[in-house]
Design a protein around this ligand. Structure first.
Ligand SMILES: N[C@@H](CCC(=O)N[C@@H](CS)C(=O)NCC(=O)O)C(=O)O
Length: 243
């Protein structure tokens, strides 16, 4: 059986759980607590030098990271009910979209880390914070942890992030959905899966007013269709905040 190192609220983990659910694949769940920096432990970094979740351990013991790559791997190895376009061009477009959505993650972090991560990180002493930051492999994430612990994002920064998600995600999706019910046309694909965790957060906290039928009608319908898929419930894409 697959073993998935993940977090219930982690966006990238949610993608992989959705893909596993679409493929009807069970997995052994290993929760990584980001507030305890378990993803920066040496044993974890050995498997994913980027120090992020998710991480999938295959049945033969090999491991894979990067949610988009994992989803493609799962689709290739479980080809029934394909989640990728049948042609090379379509698959190339799908990868470009996933890469584009991945590039927006910083805008999500501004909102996501203000909850349970901030609750814990603000309690660390300067010495503890410095020690923890030493293990964070990327400069961007060191900065994100530092901001979360010491310098909360301002309302201006939050608005800028909100605007980037509206233009870079929702407006782009609205245009793509003119071609069909799903982002790449008539076939539900990993392109849709890639957007789900972002849209979930926009809908529940970041900019719910942008999700109305009046503001983004096609995204509004797409989101309803996504939530009606049996895999959505199986993947447990629940509320992000404790409230
Ligand atoms: N591009 C990566 C992004 C993974 C990622 O950023 N994971 C987040 C959770 S959604 C994480 O582990 N954050 C903790 C940290 O950066 O310290 C993927 O798609 O797998």
């Amino acid at each position: 059986m697959y073993v998935l190192y993940h977090g219930w609220r982690s966006s990238a983990s949610r993608r992989v759980r959705l893909c596993l659910a679409e493929k009807g694949q069970a997995f052994e769940s290993r929760i990584i607590d980001l507030t305890k920096m378990e993803h920066h432990a040496p044993a974890f970094l050995k498997l994913n030098p980027n120090g992020v979740i998710p991480l999938l351990i295959l049945e033969d013991g090999r491991s894979l990271y990067e949610s988009g790559t994992i989803c493609e791997y799962l689709d290739e190895t479980h080809p029934e009910l394909p989640l990728r376009p049948a042609d090379a061009f379509g698959r190339a477009e799908m990868r470009n979209w996933i890469r584009h959505v991945d590039g927006l993650i910083g805008n999500l972090i501004i909102f996501n880390w203000a909850h349970s991560m901030a609750k814990v990180a603000t309690q660390w002493s300067d010495a503890e914070l410095a020690e923890k930051l030493k293990a964070v492999p990327s400069k961007e994430r060191r900065e994100a942890w530092m901001r979360t612990a010491r310098k909360p994002y301002t309302e201006e920064e939050r608005q800028e992030a909100r605007d980037k998600l509206r233009v870079g995600l929702l407006d782009r999706m609205e245009a793509m959905l003119a071609q069909g019910a799903w982002l790449l046309g008539e076939r539900y694909s990993i392109a849709d899966i890639a957007a789900v965790p972002f849209v979930k957060r926009i809908d529940e906290e970041i900019a719910p007013d942008e999700m109305t039928a009046a503001r983004h009608p096609r995204v509004h319908d797409w989101w309803k269709a996504i939530q009606a898929r049996p895999a959505f419930a199986v993947a447990k894409i629940g509320p992000f905040t404790d409230a």
